[in-house]
Write a protein that binds this ligand. Structure first.
Ligand code: UTP
Length: 297
């Protein structure tokens, strides 16, 4: 089995109902944060962590994602004709040389676990990454997936990206059970999808980053519909960890839940404030706006 993880699965076949009507004809993953679609932030993070094959699990309403990562000859030649080299570089930088894309269809949105299982024929018998683009993560020391790769290289065990959450919010996440850990790495003894706060085993929630060993596929095949009537990746991980070590890694960085309107707005504000061209002007605008709000109270 290869030691290096070079394949990443991007499940993008969900319906994005929380963002309707914006997501009726446009994929949620194509929503921009300032000037880049969410899926491109996820892809950039993967590539910076050494991923060279991008596997998108898509559905019929997600064609814009394929177009985004495809070459647009007409636009490129027009920009070239106009001498817009800076814009051309942006287009050419979307998919660097040596990185390839594969698209697999998930015919019915049966859940995240089912979406990952759809990628099995492309992933094969290799460890792989799973990235949910609607969890936008701004890593501090380095991008989140790169931090997790370092843990994988040391332990060769599946690694789940986790975050400490408000204990009242456990019903939104997969929650791990652990007997402790150190240096941000926790042993995972159990995992449960969307538990009520009264029965949640911890306040450590799995977010949209996973490094998984290929044995997960055998368990996904056996996984029945769970929380929300969906085939849950969490339930397959619960079976996997009975047979082999699974660890959780509390990443160093800030996550924005961009599948949720408020989280998306927060991401937009933070990324706009940090934007090289817009940051200063946007900060001034926000200051004046806050002044207006203060006067209105
Ligand atoms: P979400 O739980 O955010 O679901 O899925 P969703 O359908 O995208 O959004 P809402 O809740 O209806 O607003 C988490 C991730 O798993 C993918 C989604 O595309 C998203 O990236 N997913 C989910 C699939 O690929 N297939 C599924 O059957 C379900």
């Amino acid at each position: 089995m290869p030691m290096q993880i070079t394949k990443a699965v991007f499940p993008v076949a969900g319906m994005g109902t929380r963002f309707l009507p914006a997501t009726k004809a446009n994929p949620k993953e194509m929503l921009p944060v300032v000037d880049k679609p969410l899926i491109q932030y996820a892809v950039d993070e993967a590539i910076s962590a050494g991923i060279t094959q991008l596997i998108f699990v898509t559905s019929s309403s997600k064609r814009a994602i394929e177009d985004h990562f495809d070459k647009n000859y007409e636009m490129e030649s027009e920009l070239e004709r106009r001498g817009k080299q800076d814009l051309l570089d942006i287009l050419k930088g979307i998919l660097p040389e040596g990185v390839s894309c594969v698209y697999v269809r998930q015919p019915v949105a049966l859940g995240l676990g089912h979406a990952v299982l759809c990628a099995r024929p492309v992933v094969g018998n290799e460890p792989f990454a799973v990235i949910l683009a609607d969890d936008l993560i701004n890593g501090n020391s380095k991008p989140c997936l790169g931090q997790m790769m370092d843990v994988y290289k040391e332990l060769h065990a599946s690694v789940l990206g986790i975050e400490r959450i408000d204990p009242g919010m456990t019903q939104r996440y997969g929650i791990i059970k652990t007997d402790g850990g150190n240096n941000r790495v926790f042993n995972v003894n159990g995992i449960i999808e969307k538990p009520h706060p009264d029965v949640a085993p911890s306040d450590l929630a799995v977010v949209g980053r996973y490094l998984l060993r290929p044995e997960i596929f055998g368990f996904l095949e056996k996984t029945e519909r769970g929380a929300g009537g969906e085939i849950q990746l969490t339930d397959a991980i619960a079976m996997l960890l009975k047979e082999q070590a699974v660890v959780a890694y509390e990443f160093d960085g800030k996550r924005f839940d961009c599948g949720d309107k408020l989280g998306y707005l927060k991401a937009t504000v933070e990324y706009a404030l940090n934007h090289a061209e817009l940051g200063d002007a946007f900060r001034e605008y926000l200051k004046s706006k806050i002044g207006d709000l203060g006067n209105a109270e």
